[in-house]
Write a protein that binds this ligand. Structure first.
Ligand code: PMP
Length: 829
């Protein structure tokens, strides 16, 4: 190892200029680039008006060998925009190994990878590899590659979601391609091969005393790795942050450089090496690594065993790096490259030493959508038939279960759910698991706080204050006062009390098909319930306005928003005693209806003009799901007086919130205490905070926008091919697919919608139906939903609609009469 560094070539920049002239016929300037064992120069072609004094002078210190004069070879003038990398190999480097590198570059360039690869520039005599002799008589092989544009990953700051995903995807594509590649020269003994970390381990004695124990501990984890359980292939083995090039404007990786460390080893080592460098200088190294792992896994799935050793391997690489640096700085103190990642590597190792042992693997398992907690800790599973039976016996019959053959879901991870048989389902519908099922950061925040304290809000606690600050900061002024409750229903209950307290009035206006909760007052406010089976119709204090549905409502064209808002104004006039207008910012149970432009603006104006207040129910739609905005009401360019929050707010923890103005809050403080035993407790606040952090750190709102737009476009393509799809609508990752039997009459295809949902479940994809006519397929997945998931959903729906076209057609004609507001217990609220 050390001899290789000592035998690094010592060519000057002038020498490089002369090599370029002699071997390649190029007039260039040369600038040295960093390298550990070799020498690399960036060469720039000199145009006619520039001049390099030494460019054509014969070299006294090296002699190109094996040259035969031939014409017609050498670089084309336009190569790499006139820039090249001259690679002078270590004297110890075998010709065969350089040949391998060339073959590998050509192999990868020919495979379907979203990366750019350098072209290998032949010498004037058509040789891919030439030989020179330096002044000491050492022979070195020389290659010339075209220059690749881009900024080093290390120099791009910060590393956002898109770039991290691109890194994971690029590495995965490369590893997948290289599974088909082999060359005898890769089957070598190499000290940077993580299998051989024992070589570095023997150097721990050279490390400062205080740090030896730390590094020893990490090497101890490496020792436990069972290499026979891992997949092997040729790997790049050095995707460090200076070897990865980024297209900054696109925020994507466009090249991975330097094939000098290529080796046949455990495939997962390639990712581990990249993670080691990626984690340097990161505020949350494991979280950032998790994002790369997620994209890698989605492109080229890791095995469970690979995931479980990934962290140990990444840390081993850092340990090797500091050990080799300790040795090499003794031998070559002037080689700057050796120290490049040393200080940050130590800083990272120090930080990682504070991280609980299984935390990184939990994060990586989650990143791959695998259950984070091992099944061996799970309770004994019981047959579904028994569970159905006992559930019927012990719970009220009005509790429904989804699907004809109910699912027994036992774990969740990311956008996936697992049943008791271990089958994985893609979850396209559970909006509560907003940042992903069992997100480890949320689980950790909640359980750590639970282990410390959980009490009501009658004591001072930082969590409540911090959460209030963070949550209200997401809302526009003057929405700055927060009340915490335990559900969406409770939030709307409180909103009604606030509105009544502030206005001194009693009545409320609601939208047809709306759902606001399960309490008595909220059932009264929910046409979805009071107009459905068992409902007692619209109470006298509630005024119902038509659903602003531009697909099947009374107003469908431009300006529809104003017409529907006029219905609200009319209800205000007729109602007289209106305290509040309640409106979901997009209707969920109403069938994923996106409000038409101007609707809320005009409706709010009418309500306010009459002294009422406006409540935006964001229980289904909030927290970035809308994509373009954090709150769906912002798509309407309005500021409500009261906003109610639920479902996604705690990622499954029972939490809800009401945010209002100081003025309304003051009216509510009439002497009666507002007490809520569980609302605002420290565990709920810690959970809510963790959810906000994950949305920010994983840029989930942006993901909702990008994947949502992509999915909507894909669904619209399906609509062109399948007459059954009458309408595709949505914002971000809140979409509705409305099925109709006839695009003219809009006869609702309710049975077909149920059929599709049942059959998609058989294919491992979970959806639900809703809407007053039960013909709308709802899509509202956890926000980690990816393009790959979207592709699967679209392709599965496409093939299902084709395969089942006869069955679906046979539904047509049965019971032709369109029914309205016929709710079924299987509907999901
Ligand atoms: N409002 C809306 C828009 C909802 O969708 C729901 C739940 N489906 C609620 C309120 C009630 O929330 P919870 O079930 O948490 O009480």
């Amino acid at each position: 190892m050390i001899t290789a560094v000592q035998k690094a070539p010592r060519i000057t920049s002038d020498g490089a200029v002369r090599i370029a002239a002699k071997l390649y016929g190029l007039r260039v300037s040369a600038e040295p680039l960093p390298s550990e064992r070799d020498q690399n120069f960036l060469l720039r072609l000199i145009t006619s008006h520039e001049e390099s004094p030494s460019s054509l002078t014969p070299s006294p210190c090296f002699h190109p060998e094996g040259e035969e004069k031939k014409s017609g070879y050498g670089p084309e003038p336009s190569s790499g925009d006139g820039q090249f990398v001259l690679k002078i190999a270590n004297a110890e480097e075998a010709f065969e190994f350089l040949e391998l590198q060339n073959q590998l570059i050509r192999f990868l360039a020919a495979s379907k990878i979203e990366l750019e690869f350098a072209r290998i520039v032949p010498t004037k005599t058509a040789a891919d590899i030439a030989k020179i002799k330096d002044e000491n008589g050492n022979e070195h092989f020389v290659r010339l590659l075209t220059w690749l544009d881009g900024v080093c990953f290390a120099e791009v700051k910060p590393h956002g979601r898109r770039l991290l995903a691109s890194l994971g995807r690029s590495l995965a594509q490369m590893d997948a391609a290289l599974a088909e590649f082999d060359h005898p020269a890769t089957h070598r003994f190499f000290y940077w091969d993580l299998r051989n970390a024992n070589i570095a381990r023997e150097l721990t004695g050279l490390l400062p005393h205080s740090r030896r124990r730390l590094v020893e501990r990490f090497f101890g984890e490496w020792e436990k790795i069972d290499w026979s359980s891992l997949r092997f292939s040729v790997i790049h083995n050095d995707a460090n942050d200076y070897n990865v090039l980024v297209d900054e404007s696109e925020q994507r990786v466009n090249a991975v450089l330097d094939y000098g460390d290529v080796v046949y080893s455990a495939t997962v080592c390639n990712l581990a090496v990249a993670l080691a460098y990626l984690m340097l200088d990161k505020p949350d190294p494991i979280g950032a690594a998790g994002q790369v792992v997620a994209a890698y896994h989605e492109t080229y799935p890791l095995t469970g065993r690979e995931i479980d050793v990934l962290y140990a391997l990444a840390v081993t690489r850092l340990c090797c790096s500091v050990c080799y640096a300790a040795k090499q700085t003794r031998c070559a103190p002037d080689n700057e490259y050796l120290n490049i990642s040393n200080a940050p590597a130590w800083a990272l190792l120090d930080r990682l030493s504070d991280i609980a042992g299984d935390w990184p693997t939990r994060v990586f398992r989650y990143a791959c959508g695998l259950p984070v907690v091992s099944e061996k800790y799970a309770r004994q599973r019981r047959p579904s038939a028994d569970l159905i039976e006992e559930r019927k016996r012990h719970t009220g019959p009005s509790l429904s279960i989804s699907y004809q053959s109910p699912l027994h879901i036992v774990s969740g991870s990311r956008q996936y759910l697992y049943d008791s048989a271990g089958r994985r389902y893609l979850d396209c519908v559970n909006n509560v698991a907003h940042v992903g099922h069992s997100h480890p950061y949320v689980v950790r925040a909640a359980s750590e706080q639970m282990a410390m304290l959980n009490t009501n809000t009658r004591y001072l606690h930082e969590n409540l204050i911090e959460y209030a600050e963070r949550l209200t900061a997401t809302l526009p002024e003057p929405l700055s006062v927060m009340y915490l409750v335990c559900s969406g229903s409770e939030a709307n209950e409180l909103a009604l009390r606030l509105a009544r307290g502030h206005t001194g009035r009693n009545d409320a206006i609601v939208v047809e098909g709306a759902y606001h909760g399960n309490t008595s007052a909220m059932i009264d406010l929910s046409p979805y319930k009071f107009d459905g089976p068992g409902g007692r119709g619209c109470p006298s204090w509630v005024h119902k306005v038509p659903m602003p549905d531009v697909y099947r409502g009374a107003h469908r064209g431009a300006g529809a928003g104003k017409f529907y808002a006029a219905d609200v104004a009319e209800a205000v006039r007729q109602g007289g005693d209106v305290a509040a207008f309640f409106c979901e910012s997009a209707l969920g149970c109403g069938g994923q209806i996106i409000l038409p432009l101007e609707y809320l603006r005009e409706a709010f104006a009418a309500v306010r003009a009459a002294g009422g207040v406006c409540v935006a129910d964001e229980v289904q739609t909030g927290f970035g799901r809308a994509g373009e905005h954090f709150w769906m009401f912002e798509t309407q360019d309005v500021v409500p007086d009261i906003v109610t929050l639920g479902k996604p707010i705690g990622n499954g923890h029972p939490l809800g919130a009401v945010i209002t103005t100081p003025e309304i809050a003051a009216s509510f403080a009439n002497g009666m205490e507002y007490f809520n035993t569980f609302g605002g407790n420290p565990v709920s606040c810690a959970t809510g905070l963790a959810v906000l952090n994950v949305i920010r750190d994983e840029e989930l709102q942006l993901n909702a926008l990008e994947v949502g737009e992509y999915l909507k476009a894909g669904m619209r393509e399906l609509q062109d091919r399948h007459a059954l799809i009458g309408d595709v609508r949505g914002a971000g990752l809140f979409l509705g697919i409305e099925l109709v039997r006839d695009r003219e009459t809009l006869e609702p295809a309710d049975r077909e919608a149920t059929h599709v949902v049942e059959r998609m479940k058989e294919r491992g994809i979970l959806l639900s139906t809703d809407g007053p006519l039960h013909n709308v397929i709802k899509i509202k997945p956890p926000l980690v939903f990816s393009r790959v998931n979207a592709d699967l959903l679209i392709a599965s729906l496409d093939s299902l609609l084709k395969e089942d076209s006869a069955v679906l057609r046979s539904q047509n004609g049965r019971n032709k009469k369109a029914r309205r507001f016929h709710a079924r217990p299987s509907d999901l609220n």
